[in-house]
Design a protein around this ligand. Structure first.
Ligand SMILES: Cc1cc2nc3c(=O)[nH]c(=O)nc-3n(C[C@H](O)[C@H](O)[C@H](O)COP(=O)(O)O)c2cc1C
Length: 337
């Protein structure tokens, strides 16, 4: 049996497989199965300031509706207000206490003071670390990428100043140069990078002529973008590299480790293939390592990273120009007749 232990942002894990942030954490029986299948760590779904604000607003509206209907309501419950993030914090703490693997919290806030306040509150739940879920949905033509990045780097700095637990940055792929942004948050003190988040995009129902948000899971080939960044980052940043998105089986995990990832996160494969996919993945990694004679993950981690390649430009070229210059090869796969 190979040794799959690893560290992620200084936290000891029994293997590199982490359950990514999702609402699977709200199903205790499913979490139990995932833990029994051998998951290395769990990320609790994000605490969203936007959600708290929305709930609070809805509650105020509801109370004022009652107020109009019955004036006694305000006398009976004069100080009634939304409990803020309390319920979320309680649930995170409950999970921390109920599982034997490290639990990480995840946070997305709107205003810097709230980022800082909620980060401190989440730290008190006993989590092993905090994932900062950064995103900026494009909506304004005049907002520059630089101003968004500066604000995000500032949030990382502000949180790092107040919490002791390690902090990772979960980011989207939509930066002009993700490597430059990662370098900036690395210098700001981030302890890890989760690459990449996948956002739900609006779809249009052409019968109703309405927008809607479908529940779309990742597809197996979606891991390829993460592979590139694992290879480019390995050995070039202080923080740990965690690849998320489209990781479905042991082959995908092995590829990420060969490219240089420290750990990976999985969500969609569990929805599609049930919690038992976790034990299948771990068993198959073990088998591959035994076949290859690898005893630990460090025996092969980063073997195919840019740093380990003899030709320093091979990484970019091999993945782009080479393939285009051989574009006739596509007809071997898709003959068009
Ligand atoms: C139902 C569902 C809920 C999710 N909730 C969160 C969340 O609260 N915070 C977050 O950062 N990502 C969330 N994600 C994104 C996942 O953590 C993950 O980054 C994404 O699904 C890509 O990984 P995958 O290909 O393994 O699914 C969610 C994904 C799904 C499918």
């Amino acid at each position: 049996m190979a040794n799959l232990t690893t560290t992620y942002m200084g936290v000891e894990l029994k293997n590199p497989l982490i359950l990514g942030a999702s609402n699977l954490v709200s199903k205790p029986d499913v979490i139990k199965q995932i833990e029994e299948a051998g998951i290395g760590a769990i990320v609790y779904r994000s605490l969203f300031e936007e959600q708290i604000q929305l709930e609070s607003l809805q509650m105020d509206e509801l109370l004022s509706e009652y107020e109009n209907r019955n004036a006694e309501m305000t006398d009976l419950f004069p100080g009634l207000k939304h409990a803020g993030p309390k319920e979320h914090l309680y649930n995170v703490e409950k999970l921390v206490k109920s599982v034997d693997v490290p639990v990480f919290a995840s946070l997305n806030a709107i205003y810097e003071p709230t980022w800082v306040e909620y980060a401190q509150e989440l730290e008190k739940t006993g989590v092993a670390g905090l994932e900062i879920n950064l995103y900026a949905v494009p909506g304004y033509f005049e907002v520059t990428g630089e101003s968004i990045e500066d604000k995000q780097v500032q949030i990382v700095k502000a949180i790092k100043q107040v919490v002791k637990i390690p902090v990772s940055v979960k980011m989207s792929l939509f930066y002009t140069n993700p490597l430059n942004f990662i370098k900036k948050v690395d210098e700001a003190g981030a302890d890890g990078y989760v690459l990449f988040n996948r956002f739900f995009q609006p779809e249009i129902d052409i019968e109703k002529e309405e927008y809607f948000y479908p529940w779309e899971l990742s597809n197996p080939k979606d891991h390829m973008v993460g592979l590139r960044y694992a290879g480019l980052l390995h050995g070039n940043v202080e923080g740990s590299v965690c690849i998320s998105r489209g990781i479905y089986d042991a082959n995908d995990v092995i590829k990420m480790l060969l490219a240089g990832a420290d750990v990976v996160q999985v969500v969609s494969t569990i929805y599609r293939n049930s919690p038992s996919v976790v034990s299948d993945i771990l068993m198959d990694i073990n088998k591959w390592m035994d076949d290859k004679g690898y005893k630990t993950l460090d025996d092969f981690r980063g073997k195919l990273s840019r740093k380990s390649m003899k030709d320093p430009f091979a990484y970019q070229r091999a993945q782009y120009v080479d393939i285009l210059t051989k574009s006739e090869d596509i007809f071997k796969k898709y003959p068009m007749v």
